[in-house]
Design a protein around this ligand. Structure first.
Ligand code: GLA
Length: 392
């Protein structure tokens, strides 16, 4: 266990967070909250096109141990950064993208949504890797929202809280991300992926196919300029929707797009082709899961990767290598890059009995092919942001 703090070899992260709280603030925390990271099975770059996504909440999460304060201040110690930061509720000063801004931004967005907040002091710990495309920032925002709701007596409405956290990220932190990451961190369900309609925010839990496991495959690559490439893709999608006179690419079928593709710039046509076919694949993937058809789900994931690589052009040589190596394994049903792209993680669906072998073989082969040391881990699907009992 990486604790970023005092060595406590056999302790779990919630135990470490609670223990550190007692060290720093004298006394036990009154509340412990958890909000998970996520991996997306399919439905990539569709959320900001009002489309469909099919992510699951992973076993890695952000944990905050806390206790209310009555002076309108928030004081938080980060195990990862090994520093404490403090701010007054209602303040507006920002410091770029420092970690505390995700907390401040969430407080700001909760205030904008009309909630009267109480301050608190706490310790935050996370085992969601930062910058890997597993949504560490949405997990921090949701954990923060859960903490504020707990001490301020705010009703916990997961979808409403996801929107608050998205606003924090968009308007306070300045990242124009879609609704997928905060939604799944809020509404995750154990053993299930969640089909999210990003226009209506309707959700439906779909079970992982029996006998399969999800493997998160970190390429150990991180790319700069992801924000600008992401924003450029968003603009390209909006341009195509405008050209067809529809509110979003969600409103265009693959057949309608192809019928009018000749009047589009070829680059824009490729971008839109990814989005409209990805929406169709995502709905088909949810059906395949409901029918327990792992092989079909896997084929849809493979097709999703090709589309992201060739039409949306957000893959990378390392992501392609990881995906090809994974797909070549007999125990793998399907694999694709996941998240925004350019670096970070891929995801695979594998037979449960052979998942350890898969991890070992794919890790070795990837390292051989790229010279980079990957990090693969098998994950189950967990529930969304919640209050949990404080460990004794
Ligand atoms: C990032 C964003 C999400 C989504 C994905 C791509 O993770 O935060 O909103 O757009 O990229 O599917």
């Amino acid at each position: 266990m990486e604790t970023y703090g005092k060595p406590m070899p056999d302790a779990t992260l919630p135990e470490i967070v609670a223990h550190r709280f007692a060290d720093l603030y004298d006394g036990a925390p009154g509340v412990l909250v958890r909000a998970p990271g996520r991996v997306n099975l399919i439905g990539e770059h569709t959320d900001y096109n009002d489309g469909f996504v099919l992510p699951l909440a992973i076993e890695r999460a952000v944990w905050i141990a806390l206790r209310p304060r009555d002076d309108g201040a928030v004081r938080l110690y980060s195990l990862h950064h090994q520093e404490a930061r403090e701010f007054a509720l209602g303040g507006r000063e920002r410091e770029g993208r420092a970690w505390i801004e995700y907390v401040k931004g969430t407080a700001w967005a909760l205030g904008e949504a009309g909630h009267a907040l109480r301050g608190w002091e706490g310790v935050v710990g996370s085992d969601v890797p930062i910058g890997a495309g597993l949504s560490s920032s949405a997990a921090l925002e949701l954990a923060t929202a859960r903490a504020f709701a707990a001490v301020s007596g705010v009703d916990w409405d997961p979808a409403a809280m996801a929107l608050v956290c998205q606003r924090a990220e968009n308007e306070w932190v300045g990242m124009k991300c879609g609704i997928m990451d905060p939604m799944i961190s809020a509404v995750g369900r154990a053993g299930h992926a969640v089909l999210i309609d990003c226009r209506t925010l309707a959700t439906g839990a779909v079970p992982l196919p029996p006998g399969t496991r999800v493997v998160v495959m970190d390429t150990s690559t991180r790319r700069g300029l992801v924000d600008s490439a992401y924003n450029e893709r968003r603009r390209q999608c909006e341009a195509v929707a405008a050209a067809f006179g529809v509110p979003a690419l969600r409103d265009l079928s693959a057949a309608e797009l192809e019928a009018g593709a000749a009047r589009l710039d070829p680059l824009l046509a490729r971008r839109a082709r990814h989005v409209v076919t990805e929406n169709e694949r995502t709905l088909a993937a949810a059906d395949a899961m409901r029918a327990g058809e792992a092989a079909l789900l896997g084929r849809l994931m493979n097709a999703g990767h090709r589309s992201l690589r060739d039409y949306y052009e957000v893959s990378s040589p390392e992501l392609d290598a990881m995906v090809e190596i994974a797909q070549a394994r007999p125990e793998c049903h399907g694999a694709r890059m996941t998240g925004a792209g350019f670096g970070g993680c891929a995801v695979a669906l594998v037979d449960k009995g052979d998942s350890a072998e898969f991890v070992e073989r794919v890790s070795a082969r990837y390292q051989e092919a790229t010279g980079k040391e990957p990090r693969l881990h098998v994950t189950g699907a967990t529930g969304g942001a919640e209050i949990v009992p404080v460990p004794g």
